[in-house]
Design a binder for this molecule. Structure first.
Ligand code: DGJ
Length: 727
């Protein structure tokens, strides 16, 4: 719900539990008044004290004199008295970066205007309203149109910005945020998700310092290293108490998320494209759309913030919100065989999986061109006849005859120098002619800014997808960007390459999904190197990490859940000793840790004992009981693996009739303590039976007293699970 008070020139944007208040000042500046828990629509202008500051220019508004940097602002600019980070920098017709945006007009729209070329939250949603706020800098020659959409039940406000050239000569967009807002104090901690390949999204919490606290990517992808997400939280905020702002971006490329604390201890929060790797020439009449940012606020701690992100993702984000979506239980050939397979081996691999309950067998890397290792063939999306002389027919028939579907791996954005495609088009990779392009994993990146490159890969993929009955595609991306240049762009537009690349990738996925609506796409980038809301719009699950070790996965999945729902995380049970860590973890712990996500396997079933196969059948049938909660229930983090030697999480069904608790230990210890765990999200008045404990207790007791959990001492890395069932 959005309303405007003509008298105080104030906009009130409301979701179920939050208010976001914006005010138009008399000089046309857009001030930020408040973002937090829901408040009545009163005049709160008394709260924003504008004052004159030393070493800071003053401007007059009506009878008042004040310094622009004493204001809380909504979409600030550089060069007119606010020395903090600007939300937009346009090099205008006068050649300077000095900008000043002023209110021109606004509309309150029912629904949400669509963008044509980028992932975004739903546009056809009931009870959603959008504020369109037009600001103008006539001297620099542009308008900034700010869009705010309220997703009421998710407590999420989405924001994006359109920059329009309004003069008859080109202007240069040097930086542009999707969203910016200021908070009146700085007594916060920042939480971000950092990592590396095989160690993604580890939670890091630190106090804000004066100056800029920022995370970003200039890798051409959202990255393993720093996820496009941050929480700004009160000092006393925990998983269940206290205030938490959540910020994220529906985007898969370079970004910057910055939180600046100034000398008056106010905080400026911004998210958008990374200005270091971005610039854009806007010709007369042209406009530029930023990606969409997501903002949320919770006064019930970090779980509340995460649940808002999960809710908006599962109800309003592209494929994730498809009501007919069903995440298949998958077995993937990668850790079973790597590149070392042929038709005979693959057929045996499939037959060994029969009758376990698996839905889809995925043939990973190594089936195309002449690919025997990672030195060749990317870009040659035709069958490797030495390995697969009968094409895919025998393999797919074997899947179908044994009650399973077939899935296949592609890495569409890449090219190997040892490939037919490179022979034909050596200039199709991202490179700068005067420099030798740098390889990573022996490969180069295709220049997806060029429509002919997108067309070529599209056609090659269509040939495979149209010839064979393929129900699942794993879309991988195994290196980051260097030599950022495109032959297709003139010198003054090279700064557009990174963003145009991502637009090309989105276009390719969109075309494939339109042509093959029944194919399920899974995202991947060397594990979770592009785990973001942009990819999730098209691909409702992402391979969370190449690290399949259950103990490492506790941290990775716990951290990932700060922004992304469990259904978005792909988690597989793999062989032991684990291929990444060498660790041996009991099969039931491997199952317990993976089962509360989009579930599957990653080993050679033929090497398992009868008992292990029976255990796998039981795990899959358990996952079937849980999958509705995984996909639609509420996820609670109960015990942090970053702060303790344990990890616990809980799922609760929408109707609170069912719940499931997973508790795992990250080390074994002698004479271990009993763990006491208070549960969450239950109906305080309902009785729940816990078969594993042989007790029935009322929800209030389970939430206030909790469970007592002794550590099993017979194995290393133990875990326990509890079902809670209500009648
Ligand atoms: C990286 C992925 O994360 C793995 O699962 C596997 O698909 C390999 N690439 C194949 O090259």
């Amino acid at each position: 719900m959005i309303t405007f008070s003509l008298e105080t020139r104030t906009f009130y944007l409301e979701t179920k539990n939050t208010s976001y208040v914006i005010r138009i000042l008399d000089n046309g500046t857009i001030a930020h008044s408040f973002y937090g828990s829901r408040i009545p629509q009163e005049d709160i202008s008394y709260y924003n004290i504008f004052r004159e500051m030393s070493f800071s220019p003053q401007i007059s508004v009506g009878e008042n004199q004040f310094s622009p940097e004493s204001l809380l602002l909504e979409y600030p600019t550089f060069g007119r008295g606010d020395f903090r980070l600007p939300a937009v920098v346009v090099q205008g017709t006068d050649g300077t970066n000095v900008n000043e945006l002023q209110y021109v007009s606004h509309k309150i729209l029912n629904g949400k205007p669509a963008m044509s070329n980028m992932p975004q939250l739903d546009v056809n949603v009931e009870n959603v309203q959008t504020l369109e706020l037009v600001l103008r800098d006539a001297i620099a020659g542009y308008e900034a149109v700010l869009y705010y959409t309220t997703f009421d039940t998710s407590d999420v406000i989405s924001r994006r910005t359109v920059i329009r050239n309004i003069v008859d000569s080109p202007i240069l967009l040097k930086s542009v945020c999707s969203a910016s807002f200021d908070i009146e104090n700085s007594d916060f901690d920042m939480i971000t998700l950092h990592g590396s390949w095989a160690r993604e999204r580890h939670v890091e919490r630190y106090p804000l310092h004066h100056g800029t606290n920022s995370i970003d990517s200039r890798r051409g992808a959202s990255s393993h290293q720093l996820n496009p997400f941050a929480a700004i939280v009160g000092k006393d905020t925990t998983e269940f108490f206290g205030t938490a702002f959540g910020i994220s971006l529906i985007y898969s490329g370079d970004f910057r998320l910055s939180v600046e604390v100034d000398h008056s201890d106010t905080t400026r929060v911004q998210i958008g494209l990374n200005p270091e790797t971005f610039s854009w020439v806007l010709n007369p009449g042209e406009s530029f759309d930023t990606p969409e940012a997501l903002l949320t606020y919770s006064e019930v701690g970090l779980n509340g913030m995460s649940q808002n992100f999960h809710h908006v993702c599962r109800n309003h984000l592209g494929k994730c919100a498809d009501p007919n979506l069903r995440h298949p239980v998958v077995i993937n050939s990668w850790e079973a065989m790597y590149f070392d397979f042929d038709e005979t081996k693959m057929v045996k691999f499939i037959k060994d999986c029969t009758d376990l309950g698996i839905d889809t067998v995925v043939m990973d890397d190594g089936w195309f061109g002449h690919r025997d290792d990672d030195h060749s063939s990317l870009g040659d999306w035709f069958i490797y006849d030495k390995k697969l002389p009968n094409g895919l027919k025998e393999i797919i028939d074997t899947c179908h005859n044994n009650g399973m579907n077939f899935g296949i791996w592609f890495e569409p954005e890449m090219i190997s120098q040892d490939s037919k495609l490179f022979e034909l088009h050596p200039d199709w990779c991202i490179h700068i002619p005067s420099r030798k392009a740098i390889e990573s994993r022996n490969q180069l990146i295709l220049d997806m800014t060029r429509p002919e490159v997108v067309d070529c890969i599209f056609e090659q993929m269509c040939r495979i997808l149209s010839t064979y009955d393929i129900s699942y595609v794993k879309w991988d991306m195994n290196r980051h960007m260097t030599d950022n240049g495109s032959l297709a762009l003139p010198c003054n537009r090279q700064g557009e390459m990174g963003h145009r690349y991502i637009l090309g990738v989105y276009k390719l996925i969109q075309r494939l999904e339109e042509k093959y609506p029944n194919v399920f796409f899974e995202g991947c980038s060397g594990g979770g190197g592009r785990f973001d809301f942009g990819m999730l719009y098209y691909m409702p699950q992402i391979w969370t990490s190449d690290d399949s070790d259950a103990v490492e996965r506790l941290k990775i999945q716990y951290g990932t859940s700060f922004a992304y729902p469990p259904s978005a995380m792909v988690a597989h049970v793999s062989a032991c000793p684990n291929h990444q860590t060498g660790r041996t973890v009991p099969l039931d712990t491997r199952g317990n840790v993976a089962q509360t996500c989009s579930f599957g396997y990653e080993f050679d079933v033929g090497k398992l004992s009868y008992e292990e196969k029976e255990a796998i059948k039981a795990q899959i049938s358990k996952h079937r009981q849980l999958e509705d909660m995984v996909n639609h229930g509420t996820f609670y983090r109960l015990r942090s693996p970053f702060e303790t030697d344990c990890c616990a999480w809980q799922l609760v069904s929408d109707n609170q009739m069912q719940s499931y608790v997973m508790f795992a230990w990250r080390t074994s210890s002698p004479h271990p303590k009993v763990q006491y765990l208070k549960l969450q999200g239950l109906d305080p008045q309902k009785y729940y039976t816990i078969p594993q404990l042989g007790i029935t207790r009322i929800g209030a007791t389970l939430m206030r007293v909790g469970l007592a959990i002794p550590m099993p001492t017979t194995v290393d890395y133990p875990s326990v699970v509890f079902d809670l069932l209500s009648e």
